[in-house]
Write a protein that binds this ligand. Structure first.
Ligand SMILES: [Zn+2]
Length: 70
């Protein structure tokens, strides 16, 4: 009896390094990385509104500061 670890990517259906499958990955390195990028973008999107607001305020106050300086 042997346990077969599937090393077929669930995203692109291509085989990947069995050692990667042994670590519990179900995607090839490429798909795993693109998934990670999606996760990063998703998180960035969540924090974007607050960050942009801060950036606008920073630009605004900087322009005011420059105007006052001249
Ligand atoms: Zn893949």
């Amino acid at each position: 009896m042997s346990i077969t670890i599937s090393n077929i990517c669930i995203d692109c259906q291509e085989t990947f390094n069995p050692r990667r499958a042994a670590f519990g990955y179900r995607t090839c390195l490429e798909c795993g990385e693109s998934r990670a990028q999606v996760e990063i973008k998703r998180k960035a999107k969540c924090t974007a509104p607050a960050y942009n607001k801060g950036a606008y305020q920073y630009v605004g106050t900087r322009q005011v500061a420059l105007g006052v300086g001249k």
